[in-house]
Ligand binder design. Structure first.
Ligand code: ATP
Ligand code: MG
Length: 507
């Protein structure tokens, strides 16, 4: 007889319903059609073993399986369970009264165990939209799906449980959403960073306005330390942001049974040897890259000049568009990639250019060459460049504790609220994202600020691109003070955050 089961395929970070038709008739064959990849073709053997080991077997009859729509490539092993259930039902070994209520996914092991799969969260979201009453999924994936309300979730760890549930769903236990588990930061806090007030202030401004930031300083000055602590001063993600970010992590299989919805903003720190595909996403079977895993959070590029120039170049488009498009012959995939870029670098190859005590051994040329490893257009997109001195020994020995992250975060949240009110009607969320028009509207400078900025541009030989950045950052500094207008003191501070724009750097 003919039965249908339903599974899901991933397209980017969204899922699409796949109808699996199983027909058992005369003959002796097993035919699988509808653009399945090799892993699915191999599922015949996994299903065979899983059923045999549980007192069932694939019937020795003509089995035709069609996966529709046929133009979508079906990958991976996540269709094992709906296929096996379909075969049992078509062979009339399983009651199919409730089969149409269910979307089913899971990979089978040879003993019939159900193994976790990638992308469950987008699948559950789509199954609900498609009107399914229930979804059956691997127990190890249940935690990531529990935030979606209005669809019954049945978590199974063995095919026997799946068969049991389909007999009478109403008397089977549903997976109830456990307490939302917070993905805990590794206990790191800003109060461990002694001194370095200038760098901490810049980090707070960057976090408040969502500004990209570059930390420049000698080895051991605490650049990496501060960057790693940035998520602890950012506001938690909104529900909508959480779901979107969690979907991306679900698609790459980063979540486990301990991690449900992500709430703390992600922090991705790829090594400088990363390839451009791993950074921005892509590959034969497209996958999101580090920039998408950093969506709504931070992408940290430590030792920026060590990254291949070609890798840094591919970042330009997503920084601008806040998403990345992967083009394939037959389709395009968009992965969201709205991240705050945090980068660090030494000021020169030896690390001691501008150092107050140690001599820099680099020639002017070497310093310039080092800086030029980072292209102008990329620097252009970084609002704050902050040059830091080595940490003061007095500060390191100080008994007093610095400010805790939660105290700083309160101020950041306040500044973000002001921005949320400002941008209610706009697609921007933060000052860093303001359009030119919005900048004109919200960043009017009074005469004295204007004069100060013009003088600085002349005196420090600042490039034209610096102008725009200084104005944006000064808006955030004003927001941190709850000041509706931008004052000259705000401009004066923002001017200090353009170290690399000064025409005399390295000379
Ligand atoms: N301000 C500070 N307060 C407390 N400890 C610090 C501070 N700065 C540096 N340290 C200590 O020095 C170590 C090195 O700091 P970090 O890795 O952040 O330096 P860096 O500026 O990234 O250096 P590099 O250029 O070599 O990467 C830290 O792990 C920490 O133990
Ligand atoms: Mg470092």
């Amino acid at each position: 007889m003919l039965v249908k089961t339903y599974g899901y395929a991933l397209r980017g970070i969204d899922a699409q319903k796949i109808t699996i038709e199983v027909n058992i008739g005369k003959g002796f064959f097993f035919m699988l059609v509808g653009l399945p990849d090799n892993a699915i073709k191999e599922s015949q053997h996994r299903i065979d073993a899983a059923l045999k080991n549980n007192a069932h077997k694939i019937p020795g009859k003509g089995i035709t399986i069609n996966m529709a729509p046929a133009d979508i490539r079906k990958e991976g092993s996540s269709y094992d369970l709906p296929l096996a259930i379909g075969i049992l039902a078509a062979d009339e070994k399983l009651d199919h009264t409730y089969l149409n209520d269910f979307a089913i996914m899971g990979e089978l092991s040879l003993d019939g165990g159900v193994k976790p799969i990638k992308g469950i969260l987008p699948m559950v979201i789509q199954a609900k939209k498609d009107g399914f009453k229930s979804i059956m999924l691997p127990a190890q994936n249940a935690q990531e799906s529990c935030v979606i309300k209005g669809i019954d979730i049945y978590a199974v760890s063995h095919i026997k449980e799946a068969i049991q549930i389909l007999k009478k769903p109403s008397s089977s236990p549903k997976f109830t959403s456990s307490v939302r588990k917070e993905f805990v930061l590794d206990d790191i806090d800003f109060n461990e960073v002694q001194g370095q007030y200038k760098m901490k202030r810049a980090a707070e401004i960057a976090a408040s306005g969502g500004h990209n930031i570059l930390l420049i300083g000698p080895p051991g000055s605490g650049k990496t330390m501060i960057a790693k602590r940035l998520p602890s001063i950012l506001p938690l993600m909104s529900e909508e942001e959480s779901i979107e970010t969690t979907k991306i992590h679900s698609v790459v299989g980063n979540l486990n049974d301990q991690r449900g919805l992500l709430q703390i903003r992600p922090f991705q720190a790829p090594h400088h040897t990363i390839s451009d595909v791993a950074l921005v996403g892509g590959g034969n079977y497209p996958n999101p890259g580090a920039i998408s895993l950093a969506h709504n959070g931070i992408l940290f590029l430590d030792e920026l000049p060590e990254f291949k120039r070609s890798v840094l170049e591919v970042l330009r488009q997503p920084i601008e568009n806040r998403e990345i498009t992967i083009s394939r012959a037959k389709f395009n995939i968009n992965y969201p990639a709205s991240f705050m870029l945090v980068a660090s670098m030494n000021p020169c190859p030896c690390g001691y250019y501008n150092h107050p005590e140690k001599d820099c051994t680099c020639s002017t040329n070497q310093v310039q060459r080092y800086l030029h490893k980072i292209s102008g257009p990329l620097l252009d997109r970084i609002d704050i460049h902050i040059e830091v001195s080595p940490v003061d020994v007095k500060d390191l020995n100080a008994e007093t504790n610095s400010e805790k992250s939660e105290v700083i975060r309160e101020r950041v949240i306040k500044a973000r609220h002001i921005q949320a009110d400002r941008f209610t009607e706009s697609s921007s969320f933060t000052n860093a994202q303001m359009s030119i028009g919005e900048m004109r509207k919200y960043c009017r400078l009074d005469l004295s600020s204007q004069k100060l900025l013009n003088r600085a541009m002349d005196k420090l030989n600042l490039s034209a691109r610096a102008y725009d950045r200084i104005v944006r950052v000064s808006r955030t500094i004003a927001d941190l003070e709850s000041s509706t207008s931008i004052k000259s003191s705000h401009i004066a501070e923002a001017i200090q955050y353009r170290s690399l724009d000064r025409g005399n750097w390295g000379r």
